[in-house]
Structures are given as structure tokens and as C-alpha cells.
Design a protein around this ligand. Structure first.
Ligand SMILES: *[C@@H]1O[C@H](CO)[C@@H](O)[C@H](O)[C@H]1NC(C)=O
Ligand SMILES: *[C@@H]1O[C@H](CO)[C@@H](O)[C@H](O)[C@H]1NC(C)=O
Ligand SMILES: *[C@@H]1O[C@H](CO)[C@@H](O)[C@H](O)[C@H]1NC(C)=O
Ligand SMILES: *[C@@H]1O[C@H](CO)[C@@H](O)[C@H](O)[C@H]1NC(C)=O
Ligand SMILES: *[C@@H]1O[C@H](CO)[C@@H](O)[C@H](O)[C@H]1NC(C)=O
Ligand SMILES: *[C@@H]1O[C@H](CO)[C@@H](O)[C@H](O)[C@H]1NC(C)=O
Ligand SMILES: *[C@@H]1O[C@H](CO)[C@@H](O)[C@H](O)[C@H]1NC(C)=O
Ligand SMILES: *[C@@H]1O[C@H](CO)[C@@H](O)[C@H](O)[C@H]1NC(C)=O
Ligand SMILES: *[C@@H]1O[C@H](CO)[C@@H](O)[C@H](O)[C@H]1NC(C)=O
Ligand SMILES: *[C@@H]1O[C@H](CO)[C@@H](O)[C@H](O)[C@H]1NC(C)=O
Ligand SMILES: *[C@@H]1O[C@H](CO)[C@@H](O)[C@H](O)[C@H]1NC(C)=O
Length: 739
């Protein structure tokens, strides 16, 4: 009896302890391989931080509510972090964002990187990483953003990358990668940006690439690609920038390119492409950069090019083009044009002389023109006239009268352009799709700038509305009398002309022409029916018309324009005065960035020191003491405007007070414009939250931690799901949200 009790007691104790040991080790197994303390240890052992506080408070380390590390962002830290393998990747199972650009990293990318399966952003650009791309990268199936540019990576691109189906951004340019472009890339149907330039990639461009339906930017330049350009590229209907220069591509430009209706740049320079230019290219109304120079292209320049109104850069030089320059290219007066080293002949359209250096036409077969350096053109119309004359006396009379009238009109038009060109730097040019709008028409339409046509004032000058005899309505900005005496205003004015004739974008106000002369001083713009965003938000009725979808769209438009100015134009342009006053809205409530009086080019040769300009309440804080202008100043002002658009009023000092404890519990709902009912539908609500979250990041007091406009414009166009209900999210949460 006693025995059995002892035995059962022993059994119970043993079973219990075995169970406890099992449970304990199970719990252990569940919590390993890492815990919050392991994470702290793993971070500390890199030697990248030396702080004694809790690791979630370290610079660039972000944790979730459970205290697990979700983001490590040390980009542009200027630090020399040494080997990437110092970071024990398997310790960070919750890591979502790893951002270590420009951190002086070296060594290879460890294959353990494949354990970071939650990662959506992996960005290690501008380091000294060597070795090959590890195959384990393909495990990162959540990855949306993979950027490894400007390193010293070699070897080929593993076809397994085709498994990263959520990739949106794949940036591997400026490395030493070899091998071919894997055909599995065709499976990356969400991919929007693909940059592989400046590597040593060879072989054909795989036709499967055409399956990447969302691709907008394709840059394969400076590689050793050969063979034909696959016509399947014409299926990538969303393409905006197609850059294939400096390869060994052969065969013809596929006519399927004519389907790429959003294309704004087409760059094929420095290949061995032959055949004719497909006339379909002339349908691509959004084209602004066309560079097919240094190839073997023959045949005529299609006259359809004259239909393209937004061309800024047009280089067909160093080819085998023949025939005449189509008269329709007269529209390219403001385009940087180069047709040299071809076999062209006949007259150069007059307007092209106006701004283009004669070099643009050099080394051709027989071009002629109206300026000194060119042989005069034979007047063929007169010979025809003589034949007609000899045929009939009656006809002679009418033809002569008509001819005279025509000639007179031509002279008037040309004088307008020519007189102004000569007078030491004074410039008078008003142009339009339809040709020249006469100066007189403008004076008449505004009764010589009568106050009753005045619709507002900008950073300088007054703005007038003018309805021309054709019915077309334009906006005019005229300097005030006293402003003309002041060199700073004159400079702003000239600056605006210079900037706006360089840049054309669907979200940048369009300049139709200008008069820059001591008699008259005005700019002619496209008229914006709805006026400024500032006024719209302050009008109780119109503010409601500007609903959430339209407000998100306005912010997107501004972001796209700034991204274009900062990153896609030849030299970056900084606006320096982004405010709600300088955002104009057209009848469809589409946003346009205006007022380029203080905009400037970031020229590598000039100092970036500046005087403080801009609008109070929108100026980046660092400008007040550094006086150095960078793109990040615009990013800050953009953040302010974006927040203002969502709040319906200027954020004031909300942003600076956000870190203080009294504002910690402000929610998104508290902030949104109360004149609108809260956003309906998950899509709109998510977009609104995304805009606010991005705006708060743009308003970071340290410019280094603000995103670039390219990142903003990229992020804002890909949507994001926030946990519901959105109104209850705190601003602090939005500020730290992983996006
Ligand atoms: C800790 O880091 C800071 C900034 O990186 C540096 O200035 C400081 O000298 C470091 N201290 C030690 C003890 O390494
Ligand atoms: C990485 O750089 C550090 C110095 O920053 C150097 O000591 C180390 O040897 C380098 N490692 C490799 C693999 O090049
Ligand atoms: C690429 O490799 C070549 C030799 O294969 C080498 O000369 C060059 O420096 C390498 N470039 C980079 C950026 O590592
Ligand atoms: C692609 O993007 C869409 C929309 O953003 C998303 O629903 C989808 O999960 C993404 N991934 C794939 C593989 O299509
Ligand atoms: C794309 O993915 C499918 C399965 O999802 C696979 O069968 C196919 O081989 C892949 N295509 C390429 C070109 O890798
Ligand atoms: C294309 O890539 C090359 C090489 O990386 C780079 O030099 C060039 O600026 C890129 N072009 C565009 C338009 O992004
Ligand atoms: C293009 O091909 C020629 C000869 O076929 C070769 O000499 C040249 O190096 C190639 N260029 C590139 C960029 O691969
Ligand atoms: C660009 O293309 C789209 C679609 O074809 C069109 O709606 C838009 O007006 C174009 N933009 C310009 C500036 O032509
Ligand atoms: C046009 O292209 C040629 C050769 O590709 C280049 O040398 C020339 O500088 C370019 N012209 C302009 C105006 O950029
Ligand atoms: C001015 O800024 C631009 C772009 O950030 C940079 O490339 C250039 O080197 C800067 N100029 C000077 C003199 O620092
Ligand atoms: C935030 O919390 C404080 C108390 O900590 C409270 O007084 C205040 O009303 C709260 N504000 C909001 C908007 O909930």
C-alpha cells in the first residue's frame, strides 16, 4: 500500500517534471532564436551604436509595440560601418525595413539575409559591398524595394529574383554584374522601376520583359546588351522612361513603341540601330526627351514629330538621316535640338534658328537658311509664281495680290521675333500651338492691363485674365512699375522664363510666352480656372468640392512635379518657394506647381549658398542657419502643403509640438479637415492616412531623414493598408509607420 503510494507519487513527480521540462523547452524553442534582449545584444555587437539607453531609442532603430526591431535606417549617416556581416540577421525576425545606404559597408552580402522574410525594403546602395548576389535573396518574397546600386557586386543576376513577385523597385545599377537579364523577370508583374545601367550585362534583352505590365522606368544603359530591341516592349503600356543607351543593340526601332502613350523619354543613343524612324513615335504626345543619336538610322525625319508639343531635348545627330527637315519642327523653338552629322538638305525652319546654335545643323549634306552662316535657300515658290504668271494674266493679278498680303503678314510676324532678338538681350516672344499671339491682342484683351482684369498677385507682379480674340483664355503676370526698377524682381522674372522654358510636366504650369522688354514686361501662362490651393482651402464652398480623392490627387500631382524637377531633369531644379499659394488648380482640380521666380538649378559648379527665400511657414528649419539649398528644403515645404491640404488649414506649430507629451494622443481624425465627412471606403481612407504619414516624414527636422521626392512620389502611387479604423490612428504612429 505504502509502496504503491510512493510509486504513484514518484510517477506523478516524474511525469510532472518531464512535462515541465518539455513545456519549458517548448517555450524556449518558441522564443528563440531571438528575443528583444537578443536583438539588443545583436545590435550592440555590431559596434555601430555605443549608446547605453534601451536599443529601441537608438538613432535609426525603430521597434513595434512588442518591443521587436522593425526598422533599421542609418542611411547617409556618413559613418564607416565596415562589414555588413556584423549584423546577425537571424536575430531580427520582425525586421521590415533595412536602410543602410551610404554607410561605408564592405564585405559581401551574407546568405543569412534570406532569414529576414518580413523585409519589404532592403536598401544598401552606395557602399563598398563585394561578392555575388546571394541566392537566398529569393526568400525575401515580401520585398518591394531592393536597392543595391553603386557597389562592387559581381557575378550574374540569379534567375530566382523572378520569385520576388512583390518587387516594385529593383535598382542594381553601377556595379560589376555580368551574365544575362533573366527571362524570369517577366514574372515581376508589379515591378515599376528597373535600373540595371552601368554593369557588364550581356546577351539579348529577353522578350519576356514585355510581361512587366507595370514598368514605368527601364534603364539598361551602359551594358553590353546586343541583338534586337524586342517588340514586346511595346506591351509595357505604363512606360514613362525607356533608357537603352550605350549598348550594342541592333536591328530597328520597333513600331510597337507607338503604343507607349505615357512615354516621356526615349533614349537609344550609342547603339547600332538601323532602319527608319517609325512614324508611330510621332503619336507619343508626352515625349519630352528623344535621343536616338549615334546609331545607323536612315530615311526621313517623320513630319509627325511636329505634333509633339512637349519636346525639350531632341537629338538625332550622328545617324544616316536624309531628306529635308519637316517644316512642322518649327514648333521646336524651345527645344534643345541636334541634327548634326546626318545627310539632311533643304531649308532649316526659321524658328529653329531663333534659339538653336548653328552647330545643331552642322555636317549635313545641303542645309540652307536665313542667317549669315548658312547659304541662302533657293526660293522655289517664286519660280512657280513665274510659271503661273506666264500662263495667265488674270491669274497673275489675283496671285500677286494674294502673295503681297501673305508676304506682309509674314514680315510682321518675323519682325516681331527678329527685332527683339537683336536688342542686347531683350527678348520678346509669345508663342502658342497655333503660332504667334500678337502683342496687340493681349493689350486689347486687358485694355492695357486694366485693374478690372486683375485676378491676384503672386510672389511678385500682378496676375491678369485675358480672353484673346480666338476665345482662348490665358493668364498674364505683369511686373508692377516699381518692381521693374528693382533688379531682384527683374531677376526673378527672367529666372521664371528660363526655368519654365526648360521644364515641361503635366503638373507644372505651362508658359505660353513672355515679353521681356522695357516697354512691356509680362509672362503668358495657361489659365488655371480654380486659382490657388490656398484660396480653395479657405473658401467654405470650394473646400467641400475638393473632396478626399481630389485632395490626395492634388498631393500626388505636386509630388510628381517635384520628383521630376529634382530627379528627372538634366540639372536638378529646386523650387524654393513651395506653398499653397503657389499651387494652382485647373477646372478638373488637377494641381500645377507655379511661381518659379526663386527656383534655381543645383549646378555642380556653383556654390549652393543662398539668401533665405520662400514663404514664412513653409521654409525648412535648417535653411535659417545653414543657408545651403538642397532638394530637402522643397521636401519640407511639400510636407507642409500636403498636411495643409489634408487639414484644410496651415498646420502651424503642430509639427514641432508633435514630440511633446501633450500631443502624443492626437489622432488622424482630430487632424483632418472637419468640413468634409470622414473618408469613405478603405481605399480612400488608406490613401489619406498614407499622405499624412508621408507628410510627417517630409517634415522631419533633420533633412537627412526626410525622404526624397522620388521616394515620396513612388510611395504615394503604390497604396498601403493601415489597420482599421484609420481615424483612430495616432499621429505619432503615422509618423513612425513603416512606409
Ligand atoms: C559614441 O558615438 C558618438 C557618435 O557616433 C561619438 O562621438 C563618440 O565618441 C562615441 N563614444 C565612444 C565611447 O565610442
Ligand atoms: C572593411 O573596412 C574596414 C575598415 O573600415 C576594414 O578594417 C576591413 O578589413 C574591411 N573588410 C573587408 C572585407 O574589406
Ligand atoms: C569591375 O571589374 C573590373 C575588372 O573585371 C575592374 O577593373 C573594375 O574596377 C571593377 N569595377 C568596380 C566598380 O568594381
Ligand atoms: C501587386 O500589387 C497589387 C496591388 O498593389 C497587390 O494586390 C499584389 O499583392 C501585388 N503582388 C503581386 C504578386 O501581384
Ligand atoms: C513564372 O512563374 C511561373 C509559376 O508562378 C513559373 O511556372 C514560370 O516558369 C515562371 N516564369 C519564368 C519565366 O520564370
Ligand atoms: C541610366 O543609368 C545610367 C547608368 O546607371 C545613368 O548614368 C543614367 O543617368 C540613367 N538615366 C536615367 C534617365 O535615369
Ligand atoms: C559592341 O560590339 C563591338 C564589336 O562587335 C565591340 O568591339 C564593342 O566592345 C561592343 N560594345 C559593347 C559596349 O559591348
Ligand atoms: C500624357 O498621356 C496621357 C495619356 O495619354 C494624357 O492623358 C496626358 O494628357 C498626357 N500628358 C501630356 C502632357 O500630354
Ligand atoms: C547629341 O548626341 C551626340 C552623340 O550622341 C552628342 O555628341 C551631342 O553632344 C548631343 N547634342 C546635344 C545638344 O546634346
Ligand atoms: C550643390 O548641390 C549639388 C546637388 O546636391 C551638388 O552636386 C553640388 O556638388 C553642390 N555644389 C557645391 C559647390 O557644393
Ligand atoms: C490626450 O490625453 C490627455 C491626457 O493625457 C487628455 O487630457 C486629452 O484630452 C487627450 N487628447 C485627445 C485628443 O484625446
Amino acid at each position: 500500500m505504502a509502496y504503491s503510494i510512493i510509486i504513484s507519487a514518484v510517477v506523478v513527480v516524474t511525469v510532472t517534471s518531464i512535462m515541465m521540462i518539455m513545456l519549458f523547452s517548448l517555450a524556449n524553442a518558441l522564443s528563440s532564436p531571438s528575443s528583444s534582449t537578443d536583438e539588443a545584444e545583436a545590435l550592440r555587437s555590431t559596434g555601430w551604436w555605443n549608446s547605453t539607453s534601451a536599443h529601441c531609442d537608438w538613432d535609426g532603430v525603430y521597434c513595434n509595440d512588442a518591443g521587436r526591431v522593425t526598422r533599421i535606417s542609418l542611411y547617409d549617416s556618413g559613418k564607416e560601418l565596415g562589414e555588413l556581416s556584423k549584423l546577425e540577421f537571424s536575430s531580427f525576425p520582425s525586421l521590415v525595413v533595412l536602410w543602410l545606404d551610404d554607410c561605408g559597408l564592405n564585405g559581401s552580402i551574407p546568405h543569412q539575409i534570406g532569414t529576414l522574410t518580413q523585409l519589404t525594403v532592403l536598401s544598401l546602395g552606395r557602399n563598398n559591398l563585394t561578392g555575388e548576389l546571394p541566392l537566398s535573396l529569393a526568400n525575401l518574397t515580401q520585398l518591394e524595394y531592393l536597392s543595391l546600386y553603386s557597389n562592387r557586386l559581381h557575378g550574374s543576376i540569379p534567375p530566382e529574383i523572378g520569385k520576388m513577385k512583390n518587387l516594385i523597385y529593383l535598382v542594381l545599377h553601377d556595379n560589376n554584374l555580368t551574365g544575362v537579364i533573366p527571362s524570369s523577370f517577366g514574372n515581376l508583374t508589379n515591378l515599376t522601376y528597373l535600373f540595371l545601367g552601368s554593369n557588364q550585362i550581356s546577351g539579348f534583352i529577353p522578350p519576356q520583359i514585355g510581361k512587366m505590365k507595370n514598368l514605368k522606368f527601364l534603364n539598361l544603359s551602359y551594358n553590353g546588351l546586343h541583338g534586337p530591341i524586342p517588340h514586346e516592349i511595346g506591351n509595357m503600356k505604363n512606360m514613362i522612361h525607356l533608357i537603352l543607351d550605350y549598348n550594342n543593340l541592333t536591328s530597328v526601332i520597333p513600331s510597337s513603341f507607338g503604343k507607349l502613350t505615357y512615354l516621356t523619354s526615349l533614349t537609344l543613343r550609342g547603339n547600332q540601330i538601323c532602319g527608319f524612324i517609325p512614324v508611330e513615335i510621332g503619336n507619343l504626345k508626352n515625349l519630352s526627351q528623344i535621343d536616338i543619336s549615334d546609331n545607323l538610322i536612315s530615311g526621313k525625319i517623320p513630319s509627325q514629330f511636329g505634333n509633339l508639343k512637349n519636346v525639350e531635348y531632341f537629338n538625332l545627330s550622328h545617324n544616316k538621316l536624309s531628306g529635308t527637315i519637316p517644316h512642322s519642327l518649327s514648333n521646336y523653338m524651345w527645344t534643345e535640338i541636334d541634327l548634326s552629322y546626318n545627310q539632311l538638305e533643304g531649308p532649316i525652319p526659321f524658328q529653329l534658328h531663333f534659339r538653336t546654335s548653328p552647330k545643331a545643323f552642322g555636317h549635313n549634306k545641303g542645309l540652307c537658311g536665313k542667317i549669315k552662316s548658312w547659304p541662302r535657300c533657293r526660293k522655289r515658290p517664286q519660280i512657280i509664281l513665274i510659271i503661273v504668271v506666264s500662263l495667265s494674266a488674270t491669274l497673275l493679278l489675283s496671285v500677286a495680290v494674294l502673295g503681297l498680303l501673305f508676304h506682309k503678314r509674314r514680315i510682321r510676324k518675323n519682325q516681331l521675333l527678329e527685332t527683339t532678338k537683336v536688342k542686347n538681350g531683350d527678348l520678346f516672344s509669345i508663342w502658342d500651338y497655333d503660332g504667334v499671339i500678337a502683342y496687340q491682342d493681349i493689350i486689347q484683351a486687358t485694355e492695357d492691363f486694366d485693374i478690372k482684369y486683375c485676378i491676384g498677385t503672386g510672389g511678385y507682379g500682378s496676375v491678369y485674365r485675358a480672353q484673346l480674340p480666338s476665345g482662348k483664355v490665358v493668364a498674364l503676370k505683369k511686373l508692377h512699375g516699381w518692381e521693374r526698377e528693382d533688379p531682384t524682381y527683374l531677376k526673378s522674372f527672367e529666372n521664371e522664363v528660363q526655368m519654365l522654358s526648360r521644364i515641361q510636366h503635366r503638373n507644372i504650369v505651362k508658359l505660353h510666352g513672355f515679353c521681356l522688354h522695357n516697354r512691356c514686361m509680362f509672362l503668358v501662362y495657361k489659365y488655371m480656372e480654380k486659382g490657388s490651393l490656398y484660396c480653395m482651402l479657405r473658401d467654405e464652398v470650394e473646400a467641400v468640392e475638393l473632396d478626399w480623392i481630389k485632395r490626395v490627387n492634388v498631393v500626388k500631382g505636386i509630388a510628381n512635379a517635384l520628383s521630376y524637377m529634382h530627379h528627372d531633369s538634366t540639372l536638378p531644379i529646386i523650387h524654393r518657394d513651395i506653398s499653397s499659394n503657389n499651387i494652382l488648380l485647373d477646372s478638373k482640380l488637377e494641381a500645377f506647381v507655379a511661381d518659379f521666380g526663386t527656383a534655381r538649378l543645383l549646378d555642380p559648379d556653383s556654390s549652393n549658398q543662398t539668401l533665405l527665400v520662400g514663404t514664412y511657414g513653409y521654409i525648412a528649419p535648417e535653411l535659417a542657419y545653414t543657408m545651403v539649398v538642397t532638394e530637402k528644403c522643397d521636401v519640407y515645404s511639400f510636407g507642409m502643403v500636403a498636411l495643409e491640404t489634408m487639414m484644410g488649414k496651415h498646420p502651424g506649430d503642430l509639427v514641432t509640438s508633435l514630440s511633446s507629451s501633450s500631443t502624443q494622443n492626437i489622432t488622424l481624425k482630430d487632424l483632418l479637415d472637419s468640413r468634409l465627412s470622414s473618408p469613405k471606403g478603405p481605399r480612400v481612407a488608406n490613401d489619406v492616412a498614407l499622405v499624412v504619414s508621408l507628410a510627417l516624414k517630409c517634415l522631419h527636422c533633420n533633412p537627412r531623414f526626410r525622404p526624397s521626392m522620388r521616394q515620396v512620389s513612388w510611395r504615394i502611387s503604390a497604396s498601403k493598408s493601415f489597420p482599421q479604423p484609420i481615424g483612430a490612428i495616432s499621429l505619432l504612429q503615422l509618423k513612425n509607420e513603416e512606409i
